[in-house]
Design a protein around this ligand. Structure first.
Ligand code: PLP
Length: 378
């Protein structure tokens, strides 16, 4: 049995061996893709192979892929690069969308975290001569809830608006087809699907407006200046190729395990609540509360049991803040403070699931016992 169960794939998914191998090969070879000599041409070939693989993962044309330093930069680029002053974003977007441009208008969500389409339609109707950019994610990072992107696109198009979709937590977990979705911009991040951290891509639909204020060389067809992160991009390409190959199978398997986890955890702790359970969700993610036990306590207890999970929103400071996603869904602050996130991925095994369930049972028994002793002492 492995030393630990890593169930925090939405924070970052372990590097796939194929990604590692391709990165090492590129690092050994060196070369700048803009150089015309053989070493440069080899680096260029690595970038273009990866471009084709990433494009294939989401049904894009290779020319539509702009490599970036990750999902954050892709989101920032889309929201500023579309050139629309009016920007509408859903309330459950990642901070890299919510904070990308000043003055973005927030569209609410329902109790399951699904965007309020009527609210979006009303906001769009107010656009008038100032058509907007709408940004709605495909899958939420905390709950896994899927958004009705086809409906968002239909409403946006009727109002002359452009659409950006943050697919960082969806790609590799559910089939994604950028043209089928009909969006203008789509963000991806390598490390959420088994590639390295610090690399991602923005898909810019052929013909969609795009302007960058980044000055420098003409890399990425003048859309993202700076010498390419060749090794990172190669790793991204290898991970994307593998993810594309196994996405449908993996999704089904993970959803089965996710359901087993939720059933078992709620059986053990009947007051536990699964968030977004009545909406369509990616199969790998479960966000649930254990009332009375702060998320940090749970994360630490799981950690000691060799089970790595997340608390609500993972945050850069290592401190757990109140989840804006759960707040937007109307979850009371006290309950949201007990929410944990379990996220499965490409290397999850049945033993990991059993370990998680056993750790939850142990924790629940300890909590119940301390509740009884407290009641007896009172
Ligand atoms: N969008 C979503 C939905 C995410 O979950 C994340 C990361 O957690 C990002 C964007 C940012 O991606 P990156 O870490 O590559 O900057």
């Amino acid at each position: 049995m492995a030393a630990f169960a890593y169930l925090d794939h939405n924070a970052t998914s372990p590097l796939r061996p194929a990604a590692f191998e391709s990165m090492v090969e590129v690092l050994r070879a060196g070369g700048n893709p803009s150089s015309v000599h053989a070493a440069g041409r080899k680096a260029r070939a690595a970038v273009e192979t990866a471009r084709r693989r990433v494009a294939a993962l989401v049904g894009a044309l290779p020319v539509e892929i702009v490599f970036t330093s990750g999902g954050t930069e892709a989101n920032n680029l889309a929201l500023s690069g579309a050139g629309r002053r009016r920007v509408l974003v859903s309330a459950v977007e990642h901070d890299s969308v919510l904070r990308a441009v000043p003055g973005a208008e927030i569209v609410g969500v329902d109790g399951n975290g699904v965007v309020d389409l009527a609210g979006l339609e009303r906001a769009l109707a107010a656009s008038g001569a100032e058509p907007a950019l709408v940004s709605v994610m495909l899958a939420n990072n905390e709950t896994g809830v899927l958004q009705p992107i086809a409906d968002v696109v239909r409403l946006a198009r009727a109002a002359g608006a452009l659409v950006h979709c943050d697919a960082v937590q969806a790609a590799g977990k559910v089939p994604v087809d950028v043209h089928g979705l009909g969006v203008d911009y789509l963000s991806l991040s390598a490390h959420k699907l088994g590639g390295p951290t610090g690399v991602g891509a923005l898909v810019v639909r052929d013909g969609a407006p795009f302007a960058t204020d980044r000055r420098g060389g003409g890399q990425e067809s003048n859309r993202r200046a700076g010498t390419e992160n060749v090794a990172g991009i190669a790793g991204f390409g290898a991970a994307a190729q593998e993810a594309a190959g196994c996405a449908p199978d993996l999704a089904g398997r993970l959803a089965g395990w996710r359901d087993r986890i939720e059933l078992s955890l709620v059986q053990i702790a009947p007051r536990a609540r699964v968030f977004g359970v009545d909406a369509g969700r990616v199969g790998n993610t479960s966000c649930l509360s254990m009332p009375g036990v702060p998320a940090e306590t749970q994360v630490m207890a799981f950690d000691l049991a060799g089970v790595y999970i997340g608390a609500g929103a993972a945050c850069s400071s290592g401190k757990v803040q109140r989840s804006a996603v759960l707040a937007a869904m109307g979850v009371p602050a006290e309950e949201a403070a007990t929410a944990i996130r379990i996220s499965l991925g490409w290397n999850t095994e049945p033993a990991d699931i059993e370990r998680l369930i056993a750790a939850w049972r142990d924790l629940y028994i300890r909590v119940a016992q301390s509740d009884i002793s407290r009641a007896e002492a009172a």
